[in-house]
Design a binder for this molecule. Structure first.
Ligand code: BES
Ligand code: MN
Ligand code: ZN
Length: 494
């Protein structure tokens, strides 16, 4: 069930709801009209109680009962942080915090501050509310099933009627929030359910709903196409691999052609180089890059940009088995290079290598890949920041802007040429793994070998696809990172 968000002029007084929320910036609360009006309706009780506990810093939420004095049962004040620093991304994060904290209520009225206006602001409101209201409850039964969830939100613009652009912004924000939900759902889904074929099913659903062109290759198709590295990774699992290619073509002439490539390991046991048991369950999220591609395609369907967008996924399950690939094996690749296998747990770069070659043959202006590729990247940047690698300064700048606008954390990492020799093999064109040090960089250097010299950016998203706790736009569990950043990137080409 989706969240129904309406936009209306007026104040909270005449709007019955379970909760009324008033958004305030840091500093004197009494001077902020929305707060002052609500406080007056409660005879100053709000100011008296908010005093010590509430400073209005971003994402701060404080809740009170309204004791029958209002048309709403509860009152919530929501901090937006300092006025000077308030941008749409921060606004979205605070609204997400609000929606999370009132998630058990059914209806919410949100009073906007007087001078927050325009399409971008209302897009952030829609995005934030939908992202914060997200819950993955599919597998809960009985008492564990939430009895109620946030279903109705009324956004109140006290200064008057919303413009057409503001309405459009809100609607787009809701759709983009839902697109992020597509990625979250896929990552949260357990690996016994979300097999490579199930991932293809999600793509089929999106293609049908939005009119994308779709190609899916099964195990035989992957072999026939010559994707030998992808095939090798998938050969040890009874859940057979899939290669997925979705295409969005704009109505009028496209300004650019972009190809997004996602790592879709629906489970990564490590294969014969099996991982230790602690944390292995988290490897259900090893299709986070694929999930981001699915989410991005849903976002593209809402945006309809003047850009051709290809969503490409290499899906497989990495399992130990009599048929599994081994360290020491040598395989060809789609582009003809031979690769010596060092460790079967470095499987992602193999699947991506063939998918990147496929993408490069589409002659795109830019290839972007997203992958939960290395533990080394988490060591470098922590759990809440992704790495991006590109040698193209313009692309790097566009990426920096896209991430900032989306409110997601990315850091530009170097493709250090002197590490490239770690991938030299005695018996094949390439080894697929270097030393331990600089592991995220050598993984990126390996991928580069398969990009056919095309303009390219690699994103190692191993940390942020799953969150240990809810914060800002992200809930605990699957975050939907980096759908919003990729969406902004696509928009920057449109
Ligand atoms: N999917 C993992 C990377 C990963 C680790 C993602 C932890 C999220 C959290 C990848 O396939 C992998 O296993 N990488 C190994 C490579 C190693 C064997 C050289 C790693 O990073 O430990
Ligand atoms: Mn692995
Ligand atoms: Zn993996």
């Amino acid at each position: 069930m989706t969240l129904n968000i309406q936009l209306s002029p007026g104040s909270f007084a005449e709007q019955p709801a379970d909760v009324v929320a008033v958004l305030v910036t840091q500093g004197a609360l009494a001077k902020q009209p929305g707060f002052a009006r609500l406080d007056a309706a409660l005879d100053g009780a709000l100011a008296a109680h908010a005093g010590a506990d509430f400073s209005g810093k971003a994402e701060q939420v404080l809740e009170f009962p309204s004791l029958g004095r209002l048309a709403q049962k509860r009152v919530v004040i929501v901090g937006l942080g300092e006025r000077r620093q308030l941008d749409p991304a921060r606004l979205a994060a605070s609204l997400a915090a609000l929606a999370r904290s009132v998630g058990g209520q059914r209806s919410l009225a949100v009073v906007m501050p007087d001078k927050l206006e325009g399409e971008a602001i209302f897009r952030a409101v829609g995005e934030g509310l939908v992202l914060g209201a997200y819950k993955f409850t599919k597998y809960l039964t009985g008492d564990r099933r939430p009895k109620q969830r946030l279903a109705e939100v009324l956004v109140l613009k006290p200064t008057g009627k919303a413009s057409a652009a503001e309405r459009r912004g809100l609607e787009l924000g809701v759709a983009l929030g839902e697109a992020v939900g597509v990625a979250r759902d896929a990552v949260n889904e357990p690996p016994n359910e979300l097999t490579p074929e199930a991932l293809a099913q999600v793509a089929r659903g999106l293609a049908k709903q939005h009119g994308f062109k779709l190609t899916v290759l099964d195990k035989k198709g992957i072999e026939k196409a010559g994707m030998k590295l992808h095939y090798a990774v998938g050969q040890g699992s009874t859940n057979e691999p899939r290669f997925i290619h979705m295409t969005y073509t704009p109505k009028h002439r496209a300004k650019a052609r972009l190809a997004f490539v996602g790592k879709g390991l629906t489970f990564d046991s490590g294969g014969l180089c099996i991982k230790p048991a602690p944390g292995m369950g988290e490897m259900k999220s090893d299709m986070g890059g694929a999930a981001a591609v699915l989410g991005l395609m849903a976002a593209v369907a809402a945006l309809r940009p003047a850009v051709e967008v290809h969503g490409i996924i290499g899906a497989a399950e990495n399992m130990p088995d009599g048929a599994a690939y081994r360290p020491g094996d040598i395989f060809g690749s789609l582009d003809g290079k031979t690769v010596e296998i060092i460790n079967t747990d470095a499987e992602g770069r193999l699947v991506l290598a063939d998918a990147l070659t496929y993408a490069s043959r589409l002659e795109p202006d830019l290839i972007v890949d997203a992958a939960t590729l290395t533990g080394a990247c988490i060591v470098a940047l922590g759990k809440t920041c992704s790495a991006y690698y590109t040698s193209d300064a313009k692309v790097a700048k566009a990426m920096e802007k896209a991430a900032a606008a989306a409110g997601e954390q990315f850091w530009h990492m170097p493709l250090l040429e002197d590490l490239r020799s770690q991938l030299d093999s005695d018996c094949a064109d390439l080894k697929h793994l270097g030393d331990r040090w600089g592991g995220s960089i050598t993984a990126a250097l390996f991928l580069r070998e398969f990009t056919g010299g095309k303009r390219w950016m690699h994103c190692d998203i191993a940390g942020p696809v799953l969150a240990d706790r809810a914060k800002g736009l992200y809930p605990k569990g699957a975050t939907g990172h980096p759908v919003l950043t990729f969406t902004r990137l696509v928009e920057s080409y449109g």
